[in-house]
Design a protein around this ligand. Structure first.
Ligand SMILES: C[S@@+](CC[C@H](N)C(=O)[O-])C[C@H]1O[C@@H](n2cnc3c(N)ncnc32)[C@H](O)[C@@H]1O
Length: 214
């Protein structure tokens, strides 16, 4: 193996060369290898089911959205949102918008009702500054959690990408406050060089409103 195909930490760098997940995605017609992160989460935790309404935050180029549509089927709804334009995907509603600007009402209207599942693979463009990238990604993950609490139906599920680092633990604890069960998953398809993992919240429980005066 050439020296260039390893990172300075000695980990295998598959960004340029591709790996078995790139090959599989190409063969199976998915737009990105990241589909195998969601499919592993689905196999392990049964996040998605037929007939559900699914919101996919940060959906470009569209592999999670297509996978979700395959699981929810013709009676289900998948709404994908991204800053970037996403070429049309059979059976998937697409919204080009910033997750920080879109409102819960807009999402609920586009979904046709509360979501059963909120997926977020959102990530800012990375700069190579690990701490800065981590902080920016946690901000995006927190926005995904906020949206989830506004649009999820009680009992709904949440999958959210996180770049590990010093603020990750607090974020996971905040997800724990809202879901019956919370798992951490680092799917096989996550690249060796990446610090990403996924927080999976199962069974959304809205926080009780504080009692009003009197
Ligand atoms: C890793 S990609 C998602 C891949 C996708 N899950 C798939 O399988 O095709 C992350 C996406 O998050 C999007 N993103 C980042 N910040 C966002 C924001 N504030 N609002 C909407 N999308 C955002 C990026 O534009 C990018 O397309």
């Amino acid at each position: 193996m050439s020296r260039r195909s390893r990172t300075h930490r000695g980990k295998k760098n598959t960004y340029k060369t591709g790996d078995r997940f790139n090959k599989q995605a190409k063969e199976e017609g998915y737009r990105a290898r990241s589909v195998y992160k969601l499919s592993e989460a689905q196999k392990r935790f049964r996040i998605l089911a037929q007939g559900q309404r699914v919101l996919d935050l940060g959906c470009a180029p569209g592999s999670w959205a297509r996978y979700a549509k395959e699981v929810v089927g013709g009676r289900g709804t998948v709404l994908g949102l991204d800053l970037q334009h996403v070429p049309s995907l059979a059976g998937v509603e697409l919204l080009q918008a910033d997750a920080f600007e879109v409102t819960a009402d807009q999402l609920l209207e586009a979904l046709g009702g509360p979501a059963d599942v909120v997926l977020s693979d959102m990530a800012p463009s990375t700069t190579g500054d690990r701490f800065g990238d981590h902080v920016r990604q946690i901000r995006v993950a927190r926005r995904a959690l906020e949206i989830a609490t506004q649009v999820l139906t009680p009992g709904g599920n949440f999958v959210c990408k996180v770049f590990d680092g010093e603020e990750a633990h607090d974020f996971v604890m905040d997800v724990r406050k809202r879901f019956d069960s919370v798992k951490r998953l680092r799917p096989e398809a996550v690249r060796q060089t990446s610090v990403e993992f996924f927080v999976i919240g199962l069974g959304y429980t809205p926080l009780a409103e504080p009692a009003g005066p009197g």
